[in-house]
Every structure is written in C-alpha cells, then in structure tokens.
Ligand binder design. Structure first.
Ligand code: MTE
Length: 370
C-alpha cells in the first residue's frame, strides 16, 4: 500500500500503530501479563515498549513538519512501505534485509537534531530542527558484523533523475566514514516530531547524520553499503565538495558554527525605543559557546544571552535587549563561536569556488522611526 491519508488515519494497520497500541495498554495499567501476551502475539519484546509517544521535551525550538525546509534533487519517489526493504550489505559478515515493521520493532531512540543544508546562505531558511525517532545505525552495523577493512558507509536513496548537470539515471547516494556511521550521532529515522516521516522528508526511512550538513542525511533509504574503498558516486565526487582555485577538493562534512536573526527581519520598521532582538545559533557536532551582536557597523560587538543551555547538534536560542539610542537606519549583525573557539568568518574565503559552507555573519537592515 502506498502511504496515503487513509493510512495515517488507520495506524492500527501499521507497525507503529501496534507499538502505540501496546504502549497505551501498558500505560493504562492493564495486567502486565496481558500486555506481554499481546506483545508476544505480535512478535514484540516487552522491553521494546518503553517509550512515551509524546515528543521529547527540549529547550531548543522545534520546527513543525510543515515548516521544515525541503531540499530534493529529484522528484519525491512514492514508496510502498509494505514492499519496501532496507538492505545492509557489502563488507559485512551477515548481510541484513529489514522490513518496515522490523525497524519499528527495534529498540528506538528519540533525539532533537538541527539539520542545515550545505548550500544554506547566511541568514537563510535552509536550516530547521526536529525531534527524530529511529535506530542507531551503529547497532545495525554491529548486528551485520563489519568485516576487517570496512572504511566507508554508503547511503543509497530510491530517487533518481537528471538535470542540474546530473547524468541521466543517477541515484542520490552519499557516503560517510565508518567511524561517523558507528557514532551514536548517526541514526536511521522513521519519525519526525512524533509522526511517520512525511513523504518529502524521506518516508519510510532516512539517514540522519547528526552535526553534519544535510546532504549526508539521505532520504528514501533503500540500501546501506559498506565499502573498503572511498565511494565514487556522482553526488560524492562532483557535488558537496569544497573546491579551491588550485583544483584542490575536500569533502564537505561537519556543519560549521553559524547564527541567524529571528527578529528583526530585513527592512523591518521599528517604532519603539527598546527592542528584544532574537535568533538562533548552531555549531554542528560542537556546542555554541558565545553569540555576539553588533547594532551598527561602526559599533562594538555586544554579548547576547543564550536563552537555553547549548547542546551539541541542536540550535541554541539567543536574545539581546536593544535600547535604541536614536531613530535612524541600522545594520545589525550576529556572529557565534563554538566551544573550540572557532567563529564565523568576517568574509567568505576568496579561494573557495564552491557554493557551500556559507557561514559569514548575517546582517539585517532596519529603520527605527521617531
Ligand atoms: N536524499 C535523497 N535521497 N535525495 C536528495 O535530494 N537531498 C539532501 C538530503 N537527502 C536529498 C537527500 C540534501 S542536499 C539535504 S540539505 C537534505 O536531504 C534536506 O533534507 P530535508 O528536505 O528533509 O530538509
């Protein structure tokens, strides 16, 4: 069956529905023996029924599924979750083939993670944050048994196409090193903010490589392939690489420290003498350690307040109480530092020839009315 509105309304026909049904039974105080009996009839271990269906509490703002940015190279594929399988193959001793319900019955984790597209422009909308549920890829790779020499883990997506210089028939695929794949920050997720992954965000399953730019979080995952050698797919070799003018190429990997304003927006008119400037800052695998704002180009940088404790892989909200000295035109800037002391660059490295990792500080222009 293809994913449809009917399916969403009828969760009992899906693995996730069975799991929620059992959780409801457990939470309703019914005899543990009855719940255990139901679980075993459905082939679920009682230890699997441990999580609430409520999204995890987080102090970091969450983007709704409807507002989450979308970056697709090709048309969204339609996937029938009952026929769909995930293969884990290549340099493993026990290749695995898992159905959607196999995944739903595995031991799940639920984590808030911020995703940014490598091509997001300074202050742009190509960054969002959601609470993701799924499995640790490392656990599945352990089950499959990595063979000696395994070095690269390739995520193959179901989507393919051409255009934007892409040769016809190219599938979207990206690879990460085995160390990152085994790290608990790399997940295979089937839920976004407590709902099954929306079609455009990768239903039924996507990779979620925490703290790395979005291109590695491959959607509509069909195969995880372990290689001894580097992966030479089109999106690995030709796209998402840092290009220097001497031809030197390096893969794009971890997200760089970055920040943006939520308010004011560009060209906003401000009519008050005091204004709460607000925004977000993030630093990939690192934590944000400091955010500073400059209220006009000739001014000095002022520390902003981090309004939630910084957490790696999640954006951190910040604010600054601006007491506006006089009416006029102002250019506001923001910049952040991560906990290694790395900051945002003043200007783009002129030697970079690619359109990625654009993390110079955002500037918004506002007019303050008398
Ligand atoms: N996975 C597949 N299969 N096809 C794609 O085009 N785009 C990648 C990544 N995964 C893509 C993909 C890019 S470039 C980004 S930034 C993220 O998905 C965006 O994820 P989102 O659309 O859920 O925000």
């Amino acid at each position: 069956m293809n994913r449809s509105a009917e399916m969403d309304k009828n969760p009992a026909r899906r693995g996730v529905g069975r799991r929620k049904f059992l959780w409801t039974l457990a939470a309703s105080g019914l005899a543990a023996g009855y719940v255990r009996g139901q679980a075993s009839a459905l082939g679920i271990g009682i230890d699997d029924i441990t999580e609430s269906t409520e999204p995890a509490a987080t102090a970091s703002p969450i983007t709704s599924n409807a507002d989450f940015f979308i970056r697709n190279h090709f048309k969204t594929p339609t996937i029938n979750d009952e026929k769909w399988n995930l293969e884990i193959a290549g340099m493993v001793s026990k290749p695995l083939k898992l159905s959607y319900s196999d995944l739903l019955l595995g031991s799940s984790v639920r984590v808030p993670i911020t995703l940014e597209c490598a091509g997001n422009v300074s202050g742009g909308g190509g960054v969002s944050s959601a609470v993701w549920s799924g499995l640790l890829l490392g656990e599945l790779l352990k089950q499959a048994g990595l063979r000696p020499g395994a070095a690269t883990v390739v995520f193959h997506g179901a989507d393919s196409g051409e255009g934007e210089d892409v040769p016809p028939g190219t599938h979207f695929a990206r690879a990460i090193p085995v160390d990152k794949a085994m790290d608990p920050s790399t997940l295979l997720v089937y839920e976004m903010n407590g709902a099954p992954l929306p079609a455009e965000h990768g239903f039924p399953l996507r990779a979620l490589v925490g703290g790395w730019y979005g291109m590695d979080s491959v959607k509509w995952l069909t195969r995880v392939e372990v290689l001894q050698e580097p992966f030479a797919g089109y999106f690995q070799r030709e796209r998402y690489v840092a290009l220097k003018s001497d031809g030197q190429r390096e893969p794009i990997t971890a997200m760089r420290v970055n920040s943006k304003f939520l308010r004011p927006s560009n060209d906003e008119e401000i009519r008050s003498k005091a204004y709460r400037v607000e925004g977000l800052a993030w630093a990939g695998e690192r934590k944000v350690s400091k955010v500073e704002v400059r209220l006009d180009t000739a001014g000095t940088w002022q520390p902003a307040t981090l309004t939630a404790p910084p957490v790696a892989m999640q954006w951190t909200p910040w604010s600054y109480e601006w007491h506006i000295p006089r009416p006029g035109q102002y250019a506001l800037q923001v910049r952040a530092l991560d906990d290694t002391g790395r900051g945002q660059p003043e200007m783009r490295d002129p030697d970079r020839k690619d359109p990625y990792e654009l993390n110079t500080s955002q500037c918004v222009k506002v007019s303050v009315r008398p």
